[in-house]
Design a protein around this ligand. Sequence first.
Ligand SMILES: [Zn+2]
Length: 427
Amino acid sequence: MFAQRKTSPEIQIFDAFVPRGLISSDKDPLNLQITPEGLVPLRIQLGNGVIKNIEAIKDHEDMPSILMLPRFVEPHAHIDKAFTWGTSPNLLGTYEGAMNANLEEYKQRTTQEVRLRAEKSLNLALRNGIRAIRTHIDSFDMIGAQSWDVFGEIKKEWKALIEMQCVALVPIEYWTTQNGKNLASKVAEKHGLLGGVISPPYQKKILRNQLRELFSLANDFGCGIDLHIDETSLSPGAGLRELLYMLDQINLDVPLTCSHLSSMALIEPEPLKILADRLAYHDVSVVALPLTNFWLLSRDENCSPLRRPLAPIKQLQMAGVTVAIGGDNVQDPWFPAGNFDPLALMSTSMSITHSAPWNRLGLSLFTTGPARLMDLKWDGTFKIGCAADLILIDAENWSAAMSTPPSRKVMVNGQWITHDTFTSLKN
Ligand SMILES: [Zn+2]
């Protein structure tokens, strides 16, 4: 079988297909053979935790039977509440139902539960091939502060395996209070980001003031911002317009990400293009979240909706905005399924977004896009000398890789992830 034969710890040379768009070798790439799906057959040599050599496989040689990808980046998760569906289900599947179940569960949340959920999430993410994860953390009041302490520990413990970025998720008005300012100071200490929710009903004047407070706190503390914004089918783009208005007024010195931007897709093409251009001008990145959006939004008991709110990925990419796709919720009141598997997410998103991994921009949504958005050191493209931080998939083309669930082997800096390496790397 593939796993034993090709990925035992001794193997330092193997043949694999690699997406053309993820090779940044200095050698002339045009001499490479390339499949119709944009895959290139390469001989990869590893050593000392890095890629030592990359060679083209000649057309008279046997073709590889595996696919090599960089470990993935998850730009939007909620691992503090993952796996709570069992005790806090949201059977109606509405946004309001999710919020109510979430708030009820939050009142009873213990630090021990938060740790268990995070550990389970990170274990799954590691084995499925994720190298970095940005998670939002419910952060208001005492329970939120305790969660940040737990995540401070977890981030350190997992540093060698998964890079974590934490975002303080609170109602946006929280940042105008003294408790909010104290939280911002704690978040800054732990190198986190400030988050928040902008959703209907939108009260223009109040929202502008809240955004002003948030931007100045972020500037003062040097924290990036990642907002849940316009996760709705109502008043399309209303939150985004206010955000852009404030960006025109205030110089924001830190990176800003808009997560969701779902209702933007319901705006007519011309005004949509203007908004996309303004997002690009202000260097705002976007995380699209197809699974939760398709599950929660535009619900009607008597009608299967055909117009679905979701960040308009292609229009944003055409305007020059960095876009990534995230998994969002996993088995919690907001979404009953999911398992931190980037290949499953890619497979499901393909039919929702019409973004295919054999197109450079389609693949970037899961690789270079989230790496840029999270400002990671490595952009996820392979070249000689880069870290051997990769996954091998038992598939010889994208179609096989998108079929569920392909077996895979994960390598972190030259070491295959097995139970033993996992324990030694983690500690
Ligand atoms: Zn979210």
